[in-house]
Design a protein around this ligand. Structure first.
Ligand code: ADP
Ligand code: MG
Length: 238
């Protein structure tokens, strides 16, 4: 059974419909990348999965359960934000544990989760630093760590690397691929970077004006794009 299912999702803001009847099944452990031009609905679709947006119609299922009416915190998925979303006045350790503490988790359990995530992300030596004492890559790892400590069923990334310089983007992309292998978790990743899409994805979903234009493995889309729009987005030569 698919881990994440979108069924007939529509989303309007006022009179403007930005997502049109999207159906999508994402398998357990699958890495799915959404690409498409600015404004095509990538973030809105991702936020519909996380519960930050409520669809105008349609259902969201996670692990087979209809969670359409669930709050974000009840869905067992975690959004990864850009690193500037860290709390500047808190240490790395406090940043990693903050969400869990707010959720009422006992301190010893929070400490265990934080230690484990810090180990996974090679942040153990940096736990007492503040974000301003970290490099851009280290800050981004803390941002990912805040999702990992929640041990989510799925990770949702919205252009997590877009404010990093080119070299760091490459390094973080490799780290995210490793993390996916290591955790085996379902990941949905929004990017406008063709290289990120081609190298990270098990499956790429190309969105255009709130609809799925084409989807397939990176190779399928590269070798056999349905049209010039898809070819342009995948960097295929035709
Ligand atoms: P993308 O992430 O692909 O750039 P978005 O999902 O952010 O696109 O936006 C899709 C469309 O929905 C855009 O036209 C955007 O202006 C509109 N939109 C997104 N959020 C809101 C909102 N809260 N209120 C009104 N319009 C919105
Ligand atoms: Mg967006």
């Amino acid at each position: 059974m698919a881990e994440l299912q979108l069924r007939g999702i529509n989303k309007s803001f006022g009179a403007v419909t930005v997502i049109h009847d999207v159906d999508l099944d994402i398998g357990d452990g699958e890495f799915v990348v959404f690409v498409g031009p600015s404004g095509c609905g990538k973030s809105t679709l991702l936020r519909t999965i996380s519960g930050l947006e409520e669809p105008s119609s349609g259902q969201v299922l996670i692990g087979g359960e209809d969670v359409t009416d669930f709050d974000p915190s009840e869905r067992g998925v975690a959004m990864v934000f850009q690193s500037y979303a860290l709390y500047p006045h808190m240490t790395v350790e406090q940043n990693l544990g903050f969400g869990l503490r707010m959720g009422g988790m006992p301190a010893d359990q929070v400490a265990q989760r934080v230690a484990s995530a810090a180990g996974t992300l090679e942040l153990t030596e940096l736990l007492q630093r503040k974000p301003r004492q970290l490099s851009g890559g280290q800050r981004q790892r803390v941002a990912i760590g805040r999702a990992i400590v929640r041990q989510p069923k799925a990770f949702l990334f919205d252009e997590p690397l877009s404010n990093l310089d080119a070299e760091l983007r490459v390094q973080m992309r490799i780290e995210i691929a490793k993390l996916h292998q290591q955790l085996g978790a379902t990941m949905v990743y929004v990017t406008h970077d063709q290289v990120e899409a081609m190298t990270l994805a098990d499956r790429i979903v190309v969105l255009r004006a709130g609809k799925i234009e084409q989807q397939g493995t990176p190779i399928e889309l590269y070798d056999d794009p349905d049209n010039l729009f898809v070819a342009g987005f995948i960097g295929s030569p035709r």
